[in-house]
Ligand binder design. Structure first.
Ligand code: BGC
Length: 726
């Protein structure tokens, strides 16, 4: 008995002793103070270890002595074991944890980031982040490289699927909510790519030329909103230059805006290979070079010892990494490797996809499939018998069992291969409609596909548009002869439905010939089931576009992507500066997406915020409370089915403003039974209305009479009212 008591006494005393020796382990202290206490103990080498990576697993050119400790991930930063400070075990994780396959692990693929943004739902964004955070930890990681929030200025950008669309309030809110919940799982969050890395072509050579006002009111606003919601531990600076300086050595965006104006306390890490200098980058606010130590390893140490870089700067870099480790809870809750909760991940992925699918067209209510009328269905193309496509590059999540359509003769998947998940929509449809005859044709021979379609009551063409990091789309047309396939099938069957699996907008010269179009995005690990539920009406679609679909590329701010191909980067004609960069002037300024179409008087094919339902909604009774800066209105489900409506609130500045276009200032997802009404109040988020003054580097909200517009899409706002702001 005495022995037991003695043991208990020792057990309760030990932590207190430990705490005295390691006061930073006191969880009652704020993370800033805990970081400071550790910093005081660090040697110069320990501080400098926080300023660089240690290579990247699986990349032969990026190997360093400690790369083997990276857990198979994108990066590894040494901790301070003697003080109980863990290192950073970093994995890409945009729509799920990357690089699982090479490590023999399983990860859930959520719907693509752009897809999920179409749900306009902070709860879904949170659930998205939770799945990724949990799976990172289960796989032994404590830091994510997710959180893409670059605005969709250039829909041909090969990474559009990794971002959350074209509006700063929507994108910032959703990405912020995703990261907040991801970080709550005790992983260091990351928001990227800061900033204005809006296309892949020539991403390291391009110099974005844009006014400070325009960038503050557009792309930087999205980052600011995301950061203010999530307080992510890390911000990744991007490859491109901004007004002459690389984003990873840009004093204005890093030091002045991020760290000073916004008071950001976490650390800045470079995109992989995006560091270009030692002293300049360090002084500008880059805290950590990734994934190597070319500039912020020995060279940084020499610069400190020679007095060219002040010690205070090194302390600041290290303090920020320590802050991120404490604030995210990684120090107190290091990752617990274990079995990923596969079932939970699939359930969340399906629920989010069900809210994210956008019904773009549904003439004569051809959808949902009515089994009283439809007895034979022809499913055509898109490898629908095998699976659904996913987005590639560093966001790629590995499908269970490997690529469902392995490139011939390879036996494995390389960087720029199309990757298919084994999520067959054909099988899912057959499971949902057991009494319907569903036949498949692969579409390789459009005439044969049309014959099958002609013999069916309904034809469903599956069409894909693959995207990946490192590549842009030459245009937004469906590739690989799919346009012709759709036309031929539609000519054979008036009830033709097109299901799109795309990472961005699609142009649709065939639109008038088909009965219905369903945008399923890159649908994730349970996308086939979500899609079957929407097609059959078990789920009523409710997603709305987070980016405009142009009618033609010539309606975009740049008719062709700049520069035309990666090879033209090396053409003398495109090089506009002695340093070898080439300028890409953003003449559209802050007018991204719907703001551009509105001010240029161009009609998109489908506007920002657009999406149909199997029921209909009516908007009435708009009232404005200027003092509370909120609007109230009623949404009624006037149809015969339950459904959810995303009610959108826009505001336009007072007349005479030099930026007269309307902006999204709020929204609400409302779920209504058939015939039900709900009166909702939506606060007007004035961050979207503020003006940035370049002379004083400050914000103001112009007083005057604003116009509030409420409705179902950016181009469909039946309710308007005035909102005086003083
Ligand atoms: C991408 C980043 C990614 C990093 C590490 C870069 O090529 O731009 O988004 O996080 O690689 O994989």
């Amino acid at each position: 008995m005495r022995a037991v008591l003695a043991f208990i006494a020792v057990a309760t005393v030990l932590p207190a002793q430990q705490q005295a020796a390691r006061p930073w382990m006191n969880t009652a202290l704020p993370p800033e103070q805990r970081a400071e206490l550790v910093l005081q103990q660090l040697t110069l080498d320990e501080k400098l270890a926080f300023a660089h990576g240690n290579g990247m697993a699986h990349v032969p050119n990026w190997q360093m002595p400690l790369t083997h400790l990276a857990n198979g991930g994108a990066g590894y930063v040494e901790g301070v074991a003697r003080l109980g400070i863990p290192g950073l075990l970093i994995s890409d994780a945009a729509y799920g944890v990357r690089d699982s396959g090479a490590n023999g692990r399983y990860s859930t693929a959520l719907p693509s980031n752009l897809g999920a943004a179409s749900a306009w739902d902070v709860d879904s964004a949170c659930a998205y982040g939770e799945v990724i955070g949990r799976e990172l930890r289960a796989q032994g990681y404590d830091m994510t490289l997710g959180g893409g929030v670059n605005l969709a200025r250039e829909p041909r950008n090969g990474r559009t699927f990794e971002y959350a669309g074209e509006d700063p309030l929507l994108a910032g809110t959703l990405v912020g909510s995703m990261m907040k919940c991801e970080q709550a799982q005790h992983v260091v969050g990351d928001i990227k790519h800061y900033a204005l890395n809006d296309q892949e072509t020539g991403r390291s050579g391009m110099n974005i030329v844009i006014s400070r006002r325009a960038m503050q009111e557009s792309d930087l606003l999205a980052f600011h909103i995301g950061i203010s919601i999530a307080n992510p531990g890390a911000v990744m600076c991007s490859y491109n230059r901004i007004n002459g300086d690389y984003a990873c050595e840009n004093r204005y965006t890093l030091h002045d805006v991020l760290k000073t104006q916004w008071g950001y306390k976490g650390f800045v890490l470079s995109d992989w290979g995006g560091t270009h200098s030692t002293e300049k980058a360090s002084a500008a606010g880059l805290d950590q070079e990734q994934p190597m130590a070319e500039f912020m390893g020995d060279k940084l140490k020499q610069a400190v010892e020679a007095g060219r870089v002040p010690m205070a700067e090194i302390d600041d870099h290290a303090r920020r990494v320590l802050y991120a480790l404490f604030a995210s809870g990684v120090v107190d809750h290091p990752p617990q490797p274990g079995v990923v909760d596969v079932e939970k991940g699939l359930e969340v992925a399906q629920r989010i996809e069900e809210k994210s699918i956008v019904l773009l067209k549904n003439s004569a209510s051809v959808l949902p499939i009515d089994t009283k009328r439809v007895h034979r269905i022809a499913v055509i193309g898109g490898h629908a018998d095998v699976g659904m496509i996913s987005g590639g590059g560093s966001a790629q999540v590995d499908p269970p069992g490997g690529n469902a359509i392995m490139p011939e003769g390879q036996g494995s998947t390389n960087w720029h291969d199309h990757v298919w998940f084994p999520t067959s929509p054909l099988k899912a449809l057959r499971a949902s409609l057991p009494d319907t005859a569903i036949e498949y044709n692969d579409g390789a021979d459009p005439a044969a596909a049309a014959r099958l379609a002609g013999s069916a009551d309904l034809a469903i063409v599956f069409a894909y548009q693959w995207e990946a990091e490192d590549l842009d789309l030459p245009n937004l047309a469906l590739p690989d002869g799919q346009e012709a396939l759709i036309e031929q099938v539609a000519a054979a069957n008036a009830h033709t439905v097109v299901v799109l699996e795309s990472g961005t907008a699609v142009t649709m010269p065939w639109l008038g010939k088909v009965a219905a179009v369903v945008e399923a995005w890159y649908a994730g690990s349970a996308g086939h089931r979500a899609l079957a539920n929407v097609l059959t009406g078990t789920v009523n679609p409710s997603g709305k576009l987070a980016l405009s679909f142009p009618a033609t590329e010539s309606d975009l701010p740049r008719a062709t992507i700049a520069p035309l191909t990666p090879s033209t980067v090396h053409n003398a004609a495109d090089i506009s500066a002695a340093d070898g960069s080439y300028a890409v002037p953003y003449h559209e300024g802050a007018r991204v997406g719907y703001k551009w179409y509105e001010t240029e008087h161009r009609r998109p094919l489908f506007a920002f915020g657009y999406g149909l339902s199997y029921t209909a909604f009516a908007y009435t009774g708009l009232q404005v409370d200027a003092a509370a800066r909120a609007v109230t209105f009623t949404v009624k489900n006037t149809g015969k089915r339950a459904g959810a409506e995303i009610a959108e609130v826009y505001a336009a500045p007072p007349s005479g403003s030099d930026e007269p276009y309307k902006r999204l200032v709020g929204w609400k997802r409302v779920t209504l039974a058939a015939g039900e009404s709900q009166t909702v109040t939506v606060p007007v988020d004035t961050r979207a209305l503020q003006i940035f003054d370049e002379a004083t580097e400050s914000w103001s909200l112009p007083t005057g009479t604003y116009t509030v517009l409420v409705g179902a899409a950016s181009d469909n706002t039946p309710l308007t009212a005035v909102l005086p702001l003083h």
